[in-house]
Write a protein of this length. Structure first.
Length: 458
């Protein structure tokens, strides 16, 4: 992690005010993993997430959460946006972004009697839109909360991030610029997969042309909306919601790169990985972004990461993309806490089985990590006049039952141990590439044909 600070950042805000965008931006600036808090928000889940993370949630202050924030010195950020634009965005969210046609009667119901918030876990269906606005308002009133206005973030994201991080923890300017480039709207949509519609356009002042006049009047005059508008610092004057001199976003070519020159797809997490690298490293890769040869970004993704290890596991390589995936997954870190130990082997198994689907990684990256694992597993040296592989040694270290049955791996128990490992192939979820070298080390004569078929060996 280097000098990156240990920060726990909670973005607690009204839905559709830029929560997700800001979460990704802060993750990029501070190199923080992101995680999802399944509802209801449970402080015990926050405790288990580790010392460094950023997340967001749509929950109002309560005694337990406030106590947890004070005890753990967590950073609280709330986002605000013009309520008219929030209403429109929320409308499209609960209608699953199906079309741009507005049901004016549904909008009227949203601001008056309540509505079902489909696809969201915020408030009951009998609560009107004013309850959603209260979320950010109540956090704005909490001492120490950092408030970010969506319109400012859209107008000049780098300047807004610079002002926010100066209050949280100062960060290098190039980190902010890289984070903004990384959070390009198209990249965010690709990362969202089936939920790409979640990221619409983030328009400012769209309410003026699209809300029916009677709903505009509700915001302008009726309780509690008129007071909420004032406290949030907005009005129903359309000119006041459009920032002057908006800075056009720079679109980095990495955000539009779909495939490397060998046809391998660029997964969204690779775009994030690219922008998390240092400026000089990125500058070198930018010369040939699609290249796959030595010195390229593609080549680096498959190279072994510079990770420390202990004993047997010091020589088990973890590719840079595998290490980056681990860095982004607090839930995985909770299971495999120490990658310098035998948990590195267990994490590699997780990566091979799950990372391709979970993060859209091409088989080229999975296969390279698999090759690293097999080369390590099958490497070995003569022990007591016999051959023992790293994999057999790992089984002895990690399986107490195996070690108890075969305590003398360097002596007479070695062949019996190897036989037991092969016979237990299915239970250990081994494949033929593990078993072939073990079988070869003993000779084919000791294992009956029936057992070889059962274990999947030739």
């Amino acid at each position: 992690m280097g000098t990156d600070p240990d920060l726990r950042i909670l973005i607690l805000s009204t839905p559709k005010t830029g929560n997700t965008w800001l979460r990704h931006l802060l993750a990029g600036v501070y190199r923080l993993p992101q995680f999802y808090v399944p509802p209801p928000l449970d402080c015990a889940k926050l405790d288990k997430a580790g010392e460094r993370w950023v997340t967001h949630y749509h929950t109002r202050p309560n005694r337990e959460l406030l106590s947890w924030i004070r005890t753990n010195r967590a950073v609280v950020v709330t986002t605000i946006r013009h309520p008219g634009d929030v209403l429109l965005s929320l409308y499209h969210h609960i209608h699953e972004f199906r079309n741009e046609t507005l049901d004016h009667n549904f909008l009227r119901r949203m601001v008056s009697t309540g509505f079902e918030r489909r696809g969201m876990t915020t408030y009951a269906a009998d609560q009107p839109f004013s309850a959603d606005l209260d979320c950010s308002l109540e956090w704005m009133a909490y001492e120490g909360t950092h408030t970010v206005r969506f319109e400012d973030l859209r107008a000049d994201p780098v300047a807004t991030l610079r002002e926010l991080t100066s209050r949280i923890h100062p960060a290098p300017l190039e980190r902010m610029e890289a984070a903004v480039e990384m959070c390009d709207i198209d990249v965010m949509r690709r990362m969202a997969g089936d939920f790409s519609g979640f990221f619409r356009q983030g328009r400012i002042g769209d309410w003026h042309a699209r809300l029916p006049p009677d709903v505009v009047e509700v915001f302008r005059k009726l309780h509690p909306y008129a007071a909420q508008m004032a406290r949030l610092g907005y009005s129903m004057d359309p000119v006041s919601t459009v920032p002057a001199g908006r800075v056009p976003p720079r679109r980095h070519p990495m955000t539009t790169l779909e495939r490397f020159e060998n046809g391998v797809a660029v997964a969204p997490i690779m775009v994030q990985c690219f922008f998390w690298a240092g400026y000089q490293q990125r500058e070198a890769w930018e010369k040939q972004l699609a290249a796959t040869g030595p010195g390229s970004f593609y080549h680096w993704l498959n190279l072994p990461a510079p990770l420390a290890g202990r004993g047997l596991y010091e020589t088990l390589p973890l590719s840079n993309i595998a290490a980056f995936v681990y860095q982004q997954r607090p839930d995985v870190q909770l299971v495999y806490k120490d990658l310098s130990s035998g948990e590195r082997y267990e994490y590699v198994r997780w990566f091979l089985q799950r990372a391709g689907k979970a993060h859209g990684l091409d088989a080229a990256f999975i296969d390279r990590q698999r090759a690293y694992l097999l080369r390590w597993a099958n490497a070995g040296t003569p022990v007591g006049g016999e051959w023992a592989s790293n994999f057999v040694a790992h089984i002895c270290r990690s399986r107490i039952d195996v070690l108890g049955s075969f305590p003398h791996i360097a002596g007479g128990d070695r062949k019996a141990l190897v036989r037991a490992v092969v016979r237990a192939a299915k239970a250990l979820e081994m494949d033929r590439d593990y078993i072939r070298p073990l079988e070869a080390s003993l000779g084919r004569h000791w294992l009956p044909e029936r057992m070889r078929r059962r274990c999947g060996v030739d």
